[in-house]
Design a binder for this molecule. Structure first.
Ligand code: IMP
Length: 493
């Protein structure tokens, strides 16, 4: 007989509803904050917060550099997938970190180039401000699209049209973006070249990037105002992979595994703590309190919870292991709170797998999750790494599991594989730009917080009231007994 047989069935998020609480003036939508911890602090660094409680799954069909950039700008974080070479994963991380580094490494030109050639360069480069330097990279001037008229100045040399060094506002050896921003804000200039003490050009800082930052008040950035990005690891090649990711500037590591309660994860966690103590690491997945305590004791900075619930996941069918996500969150969040009482260390819980709608996100948070990881949700967006296809007149994007034959193909060239797949390959309906989808999802979550009378995630954890509902009551909550007109008319009853 098994060691333990639990006869109470495990629960999914869809089986719960929230009861409203008192909505005070402090709970209006504009006052709701969805800021939440993603990882606790390392020995060297403070905890890292998200500004919306959402992270994108470390999957080939979800999180490349475009998703990393778009999601961090909107308040979340994406985890660049591990099923690729360490070099290409590090290149994706680097692209996110350099995206709006504030300090832009410029494309320079020489003073004897013609305006006509510059015009061609401008068309391929996609930007219009070029610093002019000599052979030693010493700054001579800057030329922008306002400094010439292609039809009149085509044969003019750049040095004849550029703004010379003597008329430029220049920062010498400034490495602090705040300082550079202050100089630009007080000036009439649109761009600030940064040079070293020998007048050699280092970077450009653009005024429009300051505005960009102001337009994205939720963006998640590091101390140098660079977007925050995570990267996934496997338990096999981390000793080769992490140095490249660290060099590229990765902010958070994540062990991508369906079962985290293993000696392999303990070894990995201990290696990272010893060799890269500044980089926080998320471990998982686990679905029991024992699993939580194991990863916490081994130094995880956040723990990912869920097994078998992902939309592309066949782990439960193949292996019979898994648990309803609601029960898994409840048990591990309780373990997290007990661990906090005992040690003073709050290790955030990330709910993962099968979360689709805003209401599911709310249930996961109410049950105790600090944030939610999603794959399918983000795979539908313009910014996911896949190409759109049309199937039956509907625009779709491919979506496949990291344990599907398609993703396993990469691993099978390098490692001995399990003999069976744990995921499938399919399509999800294209949903458009990430920011448009997020604004609707976030509006719904905030509206739920308003109804529950809880202005913050911490308050929601403390004061939300959940109720298990019957199958009939779920049906009552859906549209019923009416005729819905339209091309796909449905009569429900
Ligand atoms: P979704 O949000 O329901 O699509 O689930 C995404 C989650 O499924 C990921 O964050 C992973 O934890 C998990 N996952 C990804 N690929 C596979 C797979 O091939 N098999 C099982 N689970 C997977």
């Amino acid at each position: 007989m098994a060691k333990r047989i639990i006869l109470e069935p495990s629960r999914t998020l869809a089986e719960f509803r929230l009861l409203p609480g008192y909505t005070s003036d402090d709970c209006s939508v504009e006052k709701i904050s969805l800021t939440t911890p993603l990882v606790c602090g390392t020995d060297k660094n403070a905890p890292l917060n998200l500004n919306i409680p959402l992270v994108a799954a470390a999957m080939q069909s979800v999180s490349g550099s475009d998703m990393g950039i778009a999601l961090a700008k909107n308040g979340g974080v994406a985890f660049i997938y591990v099923s690729q070479t360490p070099e290409s994963q590090a290149a994706m991380v680097r692209k996110v970190k350099q995206h709006k580094a504030g300090f832009v490494r410029p494309c320079t030109i020489r003073p004897d180039m013609t305006v006509q050639d510059l015009q061609k360069l401008r068309e391929t480069a996609g930007f219009s401000t070029f610093p002019v330097v000599d052979d030693n990279n010493v700054l001579l001037g800057i030329i922008t699209k306002n400094d010439y008229e292609p039809s009149i100045h085509a044969s003019a040399k750049i040095h004849e049209r550029m703004i010379p060094r003597s008329k430029l506002l220049v920062g010498v050896e400034i490495s602090n973006l705040k300082k550079a921003n202050e100089i630009l804000t007080e000036s009439h200039h649109g761009v600030l070249p940064i040079v070293d003490r020998e007048d050699k050009l280092l970077y450009l800082v653009f005024r429009k990037d300051i505005h960009n930052h102001l337009n994205n008040p939720l963006e998640v950035v590091d101390s140098e105002k660079r977007l925050v990005v995570g990267a996934a690891l496997n338990t096999r090649d981390y000793e080769q992979r992490i140095p490249l990711l660290a060099e590229a500037g990765v902010d958070i590591l994540l062990v991508d595994s369906s079962d985290g309660h293993t000696v392999y994860q303990a070894r990995l966690l201990n290696w990272v703590r010893k060799n890269y103590p500044k980089i926080p690491i998320i471990a998982g997945n686990i679905i029991t309190a024992d699993g939580f305590r194991f990863l916490a004791d081994n130094g995880a900075h956040a723990i990912k919870v869920g097994m078998g619930g992902g939309s592309i996941c066949i782990t439960q069918e193949q292996k019979g292991t898994g648990r309803g996500l609601a029960t898994a969150i409840l048990e591990t969040a309780q373990a997290r709170d007990e661990y906090f009482e005992k040690t003073g260390k709050y290790i955030p819980v990330i709910a993962d797998g099968g979360v689709v709608h805003a209401k599911d996100i709310c249930m996961a948070l109410a049950l105790g999750a600090d944030s939610v990881m999603m794959g399918r949700y983000f795979a539908r967006m313009e910014e996911s790494p896949t190409e759109k296809v049309v199937i039956n007149n509907r625009v779709m994007k491919p979506y496949w599991g990291e344990g599907s034959p398609r993703a396993r193909e990469w691993r099978s060239q390098r490692y001995q594989q399990d003999k069976f797949a744990e995921g499938v390959e399919g399509y999800v309906e294209y949903a458009g730009k990430l920011s448009d989808n997020l604004s609707e999802t976030i509006a719904k979550i905030k509206s739920t917080f308003c109804s529950c009378g809880t202005p913050t995630v911490a308050d929601f954890h403390k004061n939300a009231v959940l109720e298990l509902v019957s199958a009939l009551s779920i049906r009552e909550g859906q549209v019923h007994d009416i005729y819905l007109p339209g091309p796909e008319s449905v009569i429900t009853n």
